[in-house]
Design a protein around this ligand. Structure first.
Ligand code: SF4
Length: 374
């Protein structure tokens, strides 16, 4: 089985903290949809397994006309075999959600929405420069549920300067009360080159406080579990049975194809990423040549990626599976590294598996890097 990602590089406005590839424009939506179909045709032979998940991410896939999304989805079905039970997700911003759009998405086969709520606090939303307020976020969720969506994920950002633990706890309680199936909770990061970074350097916005973010992460995990969500990945929680199949494919090393500028693809051996340039992408499609870069993964790259992705999952690394992929010597060496690690409290070691403890999850990037091959 393979997985398909389509990057929609348009947003109504650019949020100050965002470093995803997207342009705040209403131009080119239609020519972009055509270019995606050209890329789908050009690359259909690369992946001939049935497609188990389709994911419209961005950018803001809820921003273009539903007819553009439908054109892409129906066109893609000509070039790829989409499994009849495919999970088909669309990322949506609350301010775009209307009953007309919801009906159109349902009719074209979208069966999962990932709604960028970020917080149910207007102060948090103002800091983030979001276009919606808390009341619009709630109405958007209710409308989606009324329309018939029964697999909804919402995103929260924690550690926002000026926010409080109480606000975050209230966010999670609200998600549970609204019977949301899936939560993604990320810490706010300040990326170089973003407007937020500039505002902080100029003293116009408060900076993030790492200790506060860490405390909020730990409390949020506990609260989510108390409210009936299970944690299955460092930043992802769901009610049982509603794990994201699409994102799970990344963490489990399954092949996926990414269409659109900046989209990544992986076939098990090679990683490829389209250039982050919309005009070059559309011109490339006209000439039948999409601009991209790629790298063939070495044996140690594959091993490092394996650690990086599997240790994000709460199920962690299965030694049997690791042995199948990398051999007995690799497992022995890995186990020795863990046994001699200076912070054993970061790991949960069982007979056949190893995962990160919650304190380990908090510092996962550094811990995983310390276990990688050079
Ligand atoms: S809507 Fe999402 S993708 Fe668009 S600018 Fe804001 S955070 Fe970035």
């Amino acid at each position: 089985m393979s997985h398909l990602y389509i990057h929609i590089p348009f947003c109504a406005t650019k949020c100050p903290y965002c470093d995803f590839f997207s342009l705040a424009t209403r131009k080119w939506h239609s020519s972009f949809a055509q270019a995606v179909l050209v890329e789908a045709r050009l690359r259909s032979a690369e992946y001939n397994n049935p497609i188990r998940t389709v994911y419209f991410g961005g950018g803001t896939p809820s921003f273009p006309e539903t007819s553009e999304i439908e054109l892409m989805l129906s066109g893609i079905k000509k070039y790829f075999t989409i499994s009849p039970e495919a999970e088909i997700t669309l990322e949506a911003n609350p301010d775009d959600i209307s009953s007309e759009k919801l009906q159109a998405w349902l009719l074209m086969g979208i069966n999962r929405l990932s709604i960028g709520v970020q917080s149910f606090s207007d102060n948090d939303l103002q800091y983030l420069g979001r276009r919606h307020n808390a009341s619009k976020a709630k109405t958007a969720i209710e409308e989606a549920q009324k329309a018939g969506f029964n697999n909804i994920s919402i995103d929260f950002i924690h550690g926002i300067p000026g926010s409080t633990l109480e606000i975050m706890m209230n966010n999670i309680e609200m998600a549970a009360e609204m019977r949301i199936q899936h939560l993604s909770m990320y810490s706010l990061t300040v990326e170089e080159g973003t407007a937020l970074n500039k505002h902080i350097l100029q003293g116009k916005s408060d900076n993030i406080v790492e200790d506060f973010q860490a405390e909020m992460y730990l409390k949020s995990c506990e609260k989510a579990e108390e409210m009936g969500f299970i944690q299955y990945e460092i930043s992802n929680f769901c009610i049982p049975g509603f794990e994201s199949v699409h994102n799970g494919s990344y963490w489990k090393g399954a092949p996926y194809i990414g269409l659109g500028p900046s989209a990544h693809s992986f076939d098990g051996k090679k990683r490829r990423w389209n250039n982050s340039d919309l005009i070059a992408y559309m011109k490339g499609a006209e000439k039948g040549k999409i601009p991209f870069d790629c790298e063939i993964l070495s044996a140690s790259d594959k091993y490092n990626e394996y650690l990086l992705t599997r240790l994000r999952l709460t199920e962690g690394i299965s030694f049997r599976e690791m042995e199948k992929q990398f051999g007995v010597a690799a497992v022995d060496e890995f186990r020795k590294n863990i046994e001699h690690h200076s912070n054993p409290e970061y790991f949960v070691l069982e007979c056949n598996s190893l995962s990160l403890s919650r304190s380990g999850q908090l510092l996962s990037d550094g811990i995983i890097a310390s276990l990688m091959k050079g």
